[in-house]
Design a protein around this ligand. Structure first.
Ligand code: TYD
Ligand code: MG
Length: 454
């Protein structure tokens, strides 16, 4: 029996039984082509018996030295990159429009150039005059950065080929236009094609390429997500518009740890590094108030103290509100359910608001106990004992699970003047230095001892 022919879309990889001009799945035109099976050819011959060159296999352990790195001189950026920029690497810096990506990268490019790298900055969004004006404002006008305003990818690649810089910044990938792709700049196929050309150029020619990508509000379709797999390192620049704090977070890094963060402050003269983020995140805190709890967290390799703020109030609505900023909404629902089911503390009929001060996004389950403490403190209108930090994971049974790196959490708390810590019973605590640790086996005990209820 003859085998059925199959067709595949090159844009979304959907499979079809017949050819058509437009993909039914992703809507792209002229992307569908017939599959040619690898084993096609004279019958009965197995794949291994035909053509193909043998690949040389190597041991897992080799003599290769770790990649050399160049520091930018901006410590918060170098940390997030895993210790500096790796030659011939492709880095994507994503973030909301207006968050400060161009500012950060112009500062970084100038820093690399001053450190002796040949650096090129290509803007597809601003004119040369605009970039120069920004550079003057940032005090970078004297840095030996080569500048261009261009969106034509072919011209850019030709120029980079000729100039052979060490590092090239492309601001932004959404404005780039490849003339061999028939769709508008900013579309998925254009963004993908431009990113592919630039990353393979980086590998081939040994040029580090940094791509700026805007996160689009409407579903992120043409956003940086579609090119995350092509690059070596993905950094996201986050922060609340109203706040001056900005967090650069590594979400993927082939050359270093992911989840590392760098903290910056947007000032009148550009982004300033924040060497001690805990002090910054707690600086907005005045006297201990009901609903406010300090969580001793870990971001990447660094301990960071952050304040959780909760507000619990009777609701005028039939469906009470649950509003969360800086934490996971479904995790909040879980903590509320555990408090109701295991400690008999109802939240029905009450609106709940939870906020992480300073605009940081916390994703550690270790924050569970701090969230529960903030909720209870707000509900009972009782402030937690002052100078106390809280951490620990809550399980659905109401038990408290220990979390990693107790030692560094306590050390950071001690450094910032906290004398007490509340944590799960089996938290490993080697030395006697730092704040006194108060152990809690489960949520019921915690509620009873701290709030005298439950
Ligand atoms: P920008 O880097 O242009 O954002 P993006 O490239 O992510 O779109 O930053 C724009 C904002 O930063 C703008 O609202 C003004 C502010 N800003 C400062 O506060 N101080 C500065 O020194 C600079 C250059 C910008
Ligand atoms: Mg910009």
């Amino acid at each position: 029996m003859a085998k059925a022919e199959t067709f595949t879309c090159s844009a979304c990889a959907a499979s079809f039984s017949k050819w058509s001009g437009r993909c039914d799945n992703c809507g792209e035109w002229n992307t569908i082509s017939q599959d040619t099976p690898l084993s096609a050819g004279p019958a009965k011959k197995t794949l291994g018996a035909r053509r193909g060159a043998a690949i040389e296999l190597a041991d897992l352990a080799t003599e290769e030295t770790p990649p050399p790195r160049t520091g930018s001189g901006i410590a918060e950026l170098d940390r997030v990159l895993g210790g500096g920029l790796v030659p011939a690497s492709a880095v994507l810096v994503g973030g909301d429009p207006g968050i400060g990506k161009s500012t950060l990268l112009l500062q970084a490019t100038a820093s690399f150039a001053r450190a002796g790298l040949k650096a090129v900055y290509i803007s597809g969004e601003e004119s040369r005059a605009q970039v120069r004006m920004r550079a003057r404002r940032l005090g970078l006008a004297d840095a030996p950065v080569r500048l261009a305003a261009e969106t034509n990818l072919r011209n850019i690649l030709t120029t980079l080929e000729k100039e052979r810089p060490d590092i090239a910044v492309i601001d932004s990938i959404q404005t780039m236009w490849a003339d061999n792709v028939e769709s508008a700049p900013g579309s998925v196929s254009q963004v993908r094609a431009a990113a592919h050309e630039l990353t393979s150029f980086a590998k081939r020619k040994g040029v580090s390429v940094i791509l700026v990508g805007h996160v689009t509000k409407d579903g992120q379709i043409a956003g940086p997500r579609v090119i995350e797999h092509m690059v070596d390192t993905v950094l996201y620049f986050e922060g609340e518009r109203g706040h001056q704090f900005r967090i650069l977070r590594a979400v993927k890094n082939r050359f270093g740890p992911a989840d590392e963060i760098g903290v910056f402050e947007m000032t009148g003269s550009g982004l300033a590094e924040v060497a001690n983020p805990s002090a910054l995140f707690l600086s907005e805190r005045d006297t201990p108030a009901p609903g406010s709890v300090v969580f001793a967290g870990i971001e990447g390799t660094r301990p960071v103290l952050v304040e959780f703020q909760a507000l619990v109030a009777p609701t005028p609505h039939s469906q009470p509100r649950r509003t969360v900023v800086g934490w996971d909404g479904s995790r909040l629902a879980m903590i509320l359910a555990v408090l109701e089911a295991r400690c008999a503390i109802p939240f029905s009929g009450l609106d709940v608001y939870l906020n992480v001060a300073g605009g940081l996004k916390v994703s550690e389950p270790a924050a569970d106990l701090a969230v529960a403490a903030a909720l209870l403190s707000a509900r009972e209108d009782v402030a937690l004992p002052p100078d106390t930090v809280v951490f620990g994971e809550i399980s659905l049974s109401g038990a408290l699970r220990p979390v990693g790196q107790t030692e560094s959490r306590l050390k950071e708390a001690g450094k910032l003047g906290f004398s007490k810590a509340i944590a799960p019973t089996s938290s490993k605590h080697g030395s006697s230095a730092g704040p006194g640790l108060r152990h809690m086996p489960d949520l019921v005990t915690f509620v009873g001892e701290i709030f005298g209820a439950g």
